[in-house]
Write a protein that binds this ligand. Structure first.
Ligand code: FFO
Ligand code: ATP
Length: 235
């Protein structure tokens, strides 16, 4: 018996299949459950869409961005007020904008001053769930994986109740296309209880579908500069 399997043995010493099943993490994602040909086709389509969407986003003017950032900040504030009583005392994971993502940093500061605990995602281990570190306007950021600015290791690690997920692409049924690392899906799959996930993106990045795969987890709501799309009531 391999070392890995030994650790799943029942207390009683029996090693029946149900016993193994109880030892497998409920968020385990089985790559063999996916048709490899279909997964390869979707992967190719997603890579092409990511390139197209990144180019389209680069084409937005400064004025269009500023209008979208202001509209998104307003509707996020309203959502937090209506659904979370303002989220005072809750941990909200935001993001440090890269590659033309909507910039909500002024709102991060306002929320912090209003008593919301702000965190930022950090890739600490590749191809693993993200961790989250506390951010305040005084935090001195360092360069993390992919050069994304992140809080330093001294910043306390926290578990968010609400997570903002920047969208490269999105669909009306609540699915997200990101940069292809699978980080948000892994993180939402691993966190118990699952945080309330809010997608933040541009209206123009809407797709008819992202061809959801078994690992894709829909967001609870998607906000764009043009509206709010309630995908799921709870996670
Ligand atoms: N501003 C911001 N911060 C964020 C995210 C985000 O989308 N936006 N993330 C949201 O998740 C996490 C970082 N996401 C990442 C996603 C992909 C790769 C990456 O290495 N991409 C490879 C392709 C990977 C593959 O295809 O397997 C590449 O583009 O070369 C890195 C970080 C955490 N922080
Ligand atoms: N829960 C999971 N467990 C294991 N692997 C996963 C999980 N979720 C996603 N992945 C892997 O990550 C890869 C990329 O996923 P996907 O195309 O959905 O990325 P993405 O959501 O656009 O990326 P990101 O969230 O980093 O911006 C998938 O091919 C999948 O194999």
């Amino acid at each position: 018996m391999s070392e890995a399997f030994k650790s799943f043995r029942c207390q009683s010493g029996f090693s029946s299949p149900p016993c193994y099943a109880s030892g497998i993490a409920p968020d385990y994602f089985d790559p063999l459950a996916v048709d490899p040909q279909q997964a390869a086709d979707v992967g190719r389509w997603r890579r092409a869409e990511r390139d197209r969407l990144r180019a389209a986003r680069r084409g937005l003017s400064i004025a269009e961005r500023q209008r979208a950032d202001a509209a998104l900040s307003r509707s996020l504030r309203e959502l937090l007020r209506d659904r979370f009583d303002g989220a005072r005392g809750l941990v909200l994971s935001a993001y440090w904008p890269i590659k033309g993502e909507p910039d909500l940093r002024p709102l991060m500061t306002d929320l912090h001053l209003g008593g919301v605990e702000i965190a930022l995602p950090v890739v600490e281990t590749r191809a693993a769930p993200l961790i989250f570190r506390r951010w305040t306007p005084e935090t001195r950021m360092i360069r993390g994986h992919w050069n994304i600015p992140v809080p330093p290791p001294e910043a306390p690690s926290v578990i968010p109740a609400i997570v903002l997920a920047p969208l490269l692409g999105w669909s009306g049924d609540g699915f997200r296309l990101g940069y292809g690392g699978g980080y948000f899906d892994r993180t939402l799959a691993a966190l118990k209880p699952r945080p309330f996930a809010i997608g933040i993106g541009f209206e123009a990045a809407r797709l008819p579908t992202i061809y959801p795969q078994p690992h894709d987890i829909p967001l609870n709501v998607i906000l764009t500069e043009a509206g709010s799309y309630p995908a799921r009531q709870t996670g």
